[in-house]
Design a protein around this ligand. Sequence first.
Ligand code: ZN
Length: 241
Amino acid sequence: MTRIRTVVLLSGGLDSTVLAGHLLAAGDDVHAVSFDYGQRHRRRELDAARDVAGYYGLTHDVVDLTALGALLGGSALTDPTIDVPHGHYADDTMRITVVPNRNAIMLMAAAGIAAARGFQRVATAVHAGDHAIYPDCRAEFIVAASECAEQATAGHGDVKIVAPFVCHDKTWIVRRGAELHAPFYRTWSCYEGDPHQALGRPPTHCGACGTCHERREAFTRAGVYDTTSYYQLTPAGRVQS
Ligand SMILES: [Zn+2]
C-alpha cells in the first residue's frame, strides 16, 4: 500500500506534536515544517519543534518569515511593545494575540513545499478550542484553504489541507497524545517565551497567559499528569525570579 505523504505544520506546541504522532500512527510519511515569524516565544517554540521532529525522526524545515512577521504588527505575538494578556484562552482580551492571516500564510507556504517535494497534503493541528478567537482556525476556513491550495497546485500535486483535530478540543488532544505516548515534555505552549532561557535554565512556562491556562486545563480535564514546569506567580501576576 502506498503511504500518504503529509507535511505537518509543527509549531513545537502540544497540538501539532500530537498531530505528528497521530499521522505517524496512521502510517503517513511525515515531513515537518515550522515557521519563524518573529513570534516572541520563537526561541523556546522552535527549539521544541526541532526537538519533537528529532524525537519522531522527521525531516524538518524551519522557514524564516521574520521579515514578513515584522510587518504584521498590532499583535502581542509579533509586537514587543504589546504585553501578552493573562487570563483564560477564550477571553476577549486574547484577541490581541491574533496575527493577521497567519494560518493562511503558513498553510499556503507549506502547500508549496508539499507540491515541490511530492507530498499530497498539509496537516494542521487547529482545534475546536481555537475557534472563538482565531478565524483562521475554523472548519470553514480549512475547507476554503484546502480548495485554494488544491486549485493553486492543480496538476502540480493537487495538494489538500486537512485538520484532523478541528472538531476536537484540547482535552481530547491530550488524551490522544497520552494514548500515543506523545512527548509532551518536549513541547512548548507559552506565548511569553521564557525569560530564564538566556540563563540556561530548563524550559518553564509562565502559567498565566491564555495558552498556559488552556494547557493546564486540558491536562486536568483529561486526567493526564502534567509534567510542565510553571513559574510561581506573585499576587500581581508577575513571574517570580
Ligand atoms: Zn504562558
